[in-house]
Ligand binder design. Structure first.
Ligand SMILES: N[C@@H](CCC(=O)N[C@@H](CS)C(=O)NCC(=O)O)C(=O)O
Length: 204
């Protein structure tokens, strides 16, 4: 059975979302950050970066959440990768954009706002992140105007990979009502049974 190491409230969340959409059985393997499970030799043998998530599929081990999602979609539900070559390329484009451009400032601000106690918070860093995020949200919002999904006319891995980042915006104080197309797209995606299941997993 497929195993995913890492909590749903981490980068592993997008892998759980993909697995729930696909509908294959899987095991969520807890990684206790407080115990530094992810820095222990047995974990580092799977992922030398000491980060979650890791996927195990029999003897095969894979790290990097986007690569994991591409593997899962290719293996179990290629429809999530687009209907033709150009849709496939657009799904990769948005997924790489999500990771390389969009996620970094959002996660940096999220860490400050959610994990760092107020007295130690780097407010200058948060302000810099918010400055970087605003034009990216504009790009995403403009693209989503008049669309139900990020690419083509069907739900895809692109939606999972980018929405998993966009959904953090309200948690760092970004009011998504300034970006109505993102807000309605995200609202619809978050009502999908698979996304609701991940939200449930995030509570534990
Ligand atoms: N690019 C990696 C990022 C993984 C990552 O940063 N994971 C974080 C949790 S979201 C982690 O394991 N942090 C623990 C640490 O760095 O010690 C991916 O998408 O898989």
């Amino acid at each position: 059975m497929i195993q995913i190491y890492g909590p749903a409230g981490s980068s592993a969340g997008r892998c759980f979302w993909a697995l729930e959409e696909i509908g294959v059985p899987y095991e969520a393997v807890p990684v206790n950050f407080k115990n530094q499970d992810h820095k222990k030799p047995e974990y580092l043998r799977m992922n030398p970066n000491g980060k979650v998530p890791v996927l195990r599929d029999g003897d095969y081990v894979l790290w990097e959440s986007m690569a994991i999602n591409l593997y899962l979609a290719e293996k179990y539900k290629p429809a999530l990768l687009g209907a033709d070559l150009q849709e496939k390329a657009d799904i990769l484009k948005w997924s790489f954009w999500g990771l390389a451009e969009y996620q970094k400032p959002i996660i940096d601000a999220f860490i400050q706002k959610v994990f760092v106690p107020e007295a130690h918070r780097d407010n200058a860093l948060i302000a810099k992140c918010l400055e970087k995020i605003a034009p990216l949200n504009q790009i995403l919002n403009q693209h989503l105007e008049g669309r139900s999904y990020l690419v083509g006319t069907a739900f895809s891995l692109g939606d999972i990979n980018v929405a998993s980042v966009a959904k953090l915006c309200p948690m760092i104080g970004i009011d998504l009502s300034q970006f109505p197309a993102i807000q309605s797209w995200l609202g619809r995606l978050m009502e999908r049974p698979a996304a609701l299941k991940v939200a449930e997993l995030e509570k534990h």
